[in-house]
Design a protein around this ligand. Structure first.
Ligand SMILES: Nc1ncnc2c1ncn2[C@@H]1O[C@H](COP(=O)(O)OP(=O)(O)OP(=O)(O)O)[C@@H](O)[C@H]1O
Ligand SMILES: [Mg+2]
Length: 316
């Protein structure tokens, strides 16, 4: 349904020169290869996580898939459409949601933006009401749609952004870092929403994120990209088993103790009373936790996965 073949994107960036005339008449350009012969295909109702470090090419890929950017070479086919043609029948089927960008109007309530989008996408009134009802129910924000956007918290605003972008019931949704900058509760709310929305309404979703937590909860299949090339395409479990051999154990201390007492136990990543974080090999996890429990008085203990950036680093 979504088929991408040997997709490449090269950005040309103007390099300034000190000599103004040379700069105007003999412009120098530097080429940045953002995507280098990327190929994959995604089936209907699939939720795929697209991950990789900064500058990997994630946003560039989504921009090309949604028709915002023109590829330098290669082919993209989405239900027989070539995205960059921007055919109305294609645009009606997709949504592109960026965590850092917003379309809501600051001084107005979100419902006004929803109505604007209703008009743009020619959504019939009964469908519009049904969709706003269902989505605000799923996001648990029925009353917020009538409050001026400027009075909402970041997390609440993201919920409104999601509804605004989904008013036209797109079949394919491109989500670029939807949880970035949100507090943990809002991140969780957004994740839960994506999961339930995809299950209930059977959507095809491509989600990019820096955070393993996002993709771990949501996607079974992961495409890992770095420097414009796909490093891995497959099951999340396989990737973690293969590339992540460490976990982070964080504890909240009951009383302040000397740093050396902690570093004696294992690799201390950070210590700022009351929180201390250890890096532990997966196969030593049980042993280390038992040592910590015996030697250190703590009020709370948590085990965290490695950040995806760390995992990706090891993929070389
Ligand atoms: N408009 C542009 N002009 C020039 N170079 C660009 C442009 N947009 C992106 N790039 C470059 O292309 C590469 C890929 O960028 P892209 O935004 O796709 O990465 P990303 O994976 O989304 O990164 P991030 O995680 O930081 O959002 C980077 O090297 C970036 O600097
Ligand atoms: Mg990006």
């Amino acid at each position: 349904m979504i088929s991408v073949n040997n997709l490449s994107k090269v950005y040309k960036v103007h390099q300034r020169r000190s000599n103004l005339l040379a700069d105007i008449f003999f412009r120098k350009y530097k080429e940045i290869v953002a995507l280098d012969k990327v190929s994959f295909s995604i089936g209907e109702n699939e939720l795929v996580g697209f991950i990789g470090p900064n500058g990997a090419g994630k946003t560039t890929t989504l921009k090309i898939l949604s028709g915002v950017l023109y590829p330098s070479s290669g082919n993209v086919n989405i239900w027989g459409f070539y995205p960059f043609d921007k055919k109305p029948d294609f645009l009606k089927q997709i949504a592109f949601i960026m965590g850092q960008r917003n379309q809501l109007v600051w001084d107005l309530p979100a419902i006004d933006t929803f109505k604007l989008n209703q008009a743009v996408y020619e959504v019939p009134e009964n469908e519009f009401k049904k969709t706003v009802g269902e989505l605000s129910e799923l996001l648990d924000c029925r009353d917020l749609v009538y409050k001026p956007v400027k009075t909402l918290s970041m997390g609440e605003r993201m919920k409104m952004e999601l509804i605004a972008a989904l008013i036209h019931q797109p079949k394919i949704i491109f989500l670029d870092e939807p949880t970035i900058g949100l507090d943990i509760f809002s991140q969780e709310a957004v994740r839960n929403f994506i999961k339930r929305y995809q299950q209930e309404f059977k959507k095809t979703i491509i989600l990019t994120s820096h955070y393993l937590e996002d993709v771990k909860r949501l996607a079974k299949r992961l495409i890992v990209i770095d420097k414009g090339k796909i490093l891995h395409d497959g099951n999340l479990k396989d990737i973690l088993a293969k590339f992540s051999n460490e976990k982070f154990v964080s504890i909240i201390l009951e009383k302040e103790i000397d740093e050396t007492e902690l570093s004696d136990i294992g690799q201390l990543v950070s210590y700022k009373f009351p929180k201390a974080v250890f890096k532990v090999k997966k196969n030593q996890l049980a042993e280390k936790i038992s040592v910590i429990s015996k030697k250190i008085p703590f009020a709370d203990l948590n085990i965290e996965e490695e950040r995806i950036e760390e995992v990706v680093k090891k993929m070389f």
